[in-house]
Write a protein of this length. Structure first.
Length: 135
């Protein structure tokens, strides 16, 4: 089974919120957030890249204040992961989603932001490693 991020149905299985942010867009629990004129879903794609910094602790829309995490186990929204594989912010138009496939287009964000624990649980830790870009 291939890795998939449904971007719905997720919950924080473990972690402690580090604070609250006010959103500048719609997010789902477990989305990777970055800052670009406000807190929004991260995206690895060059030109519109938003480096992953935090994990959304709740669903919300622009103007909502939600809890955020720097380290969390996210469950309920992923399938097909391979335990031990690195996790990255997704490319394309998949803002907030994650993938096991390293973004490879030149200057896409390819920072490892987590590891798969099981097929359905991910340990996410955005903003722990130095930002990196595909060559």
């Amino acid at each position: 089974m291939a890795f998939a991020d449904a971007q719905t149905g997720g919950f924080i299985a473990w972690g402690e919120p580090v604070g609250y942010v006010t959103l500048s867009g719609t997010v789902s629990t477990g989305d990777i957030l970055g800052y670009s004129s406000g807190w929004v879903r991260a995206l690895a794609t060059v030109g519109t890249a938003i480096q992953g910094r935090l994990i959304a602790g709740a669903d919300g829309v622009s103007g909502d204040k939600i809890p955020v995490f720097k380290l969390a186990v996210v469950s309920g929204r992923h399938s097909g992961a391979t335990a031990g594989n690195p996790i990255y912010v997704a490319e394309g138009t998949d803002n907030g989603k994650v993938t096991e496939t390293a973004p490879s287009t030149t200057n896409d964000c390819n920072t490892i932001i987590g590891r798969a624990l099981t097929a359905t649980e991910l340990l996410l830790f955005p903003d722990v490693k130095a930002d990196s870009l595909a060559a």
